[in-house]
Design a protein around this ligand. Structure first.
Ligand SMILES: [Fe+2]
Length: 216
């Protein structure tokens, strides 16, 4: 996410969040592994001009913003500090098809995207946003063609990748390769995490595994 000097039309709060993300990714990019490589790749991408605006969201999961801001660690606090004023105004959404066995998923989780194909900073080559999941909730197994990098800001939760579960704390980076099946399960704390999507296809939406994974 390199700054191309086109700041005049940009939202100041959002700019601070992008700068905080750049710092976090820069630190991680110094480590020579797959996560560091992905962080470095994201840092090299240009930030688009905003095509939309930010306004207060009343999406259900925004009720957990205050709690999420209290469950960080010193390492994630700088980003939480700049997010406090921005999170209520992100374009939160839940965009899976409804599923009858878990009708309240859209109440328990959402993502607010700053950069992406439908985000205020319009871009079809990478995405940047935040995922929020309520306490005691399961984000069921899903997959997507985009490569996904998460950075946990607040809340310790169980993260499952290709059937292997691990507890991840604030400060952790998690890399989901293209089309890898992954899931998250929160405990007593809400989960707030930064994410990026990159790769050949960041437009195709995520799908739950039970719907049609492996059928073609
Ligand atoms: Fe994902």
């Amino acid at each position: 996410m390199k700054d191309e000097g086109q700041v005049s039309m940009r939202d100041k709060g959002i700019e601070k969040v992008i700068e905080a993300a750049r710092l976090v990714l820069s630190g991680r990019a110094a480590v020579k592994d797959a996560v560091g490589e992905e962080a470095g790749r994201i840092l090299g991408l240009g930030i688009p001009e905003p095509a939309g605006t930010f306004s207060r969201s009343h999406f259900p999961v925004t009720a957990f913003i205050g709690e999420a801001l209290r469950h960080g660690v010193p390492e994630t606090q700088p980003m939480l500090d700049v997010l406090a004023e921005v999170l209520p105004n992100l374009p939160w959404k839940y965009n899976y098809e409804p599923r009858g066995d878990m009708p309240d998923l859209g109440v328990k989780m959402a993502w607010g995207e700053i950069i992406g194909p439908e985000a205020p900073y319009r871009c079809s080559s990478f995405c940047f946003g935040f995922t929020m999941i309520a306490p005691d909730s399961l984000y069921p197994a899903h997959f997507h063609p985009a490569v996904e990098l998460y950075y946990v800001l607040s809340g310790t939760a169980e993260w499952i990748l290709n059937g292997k579960a691990a507890l991840q704390k604030p400060g952790a980076f998690i890399l989901h390769p293209a089309n890898a099946v992954h899931a998250m399960r929160t405990g007593k704390e809400p989960l707030l995490a930064m994410y990026t999507w990159s790769g050949d296809d960041v437009v195709t939406l995520s799908q739950y595994v039970w719907e049609n994974h492996g059928k073609d």
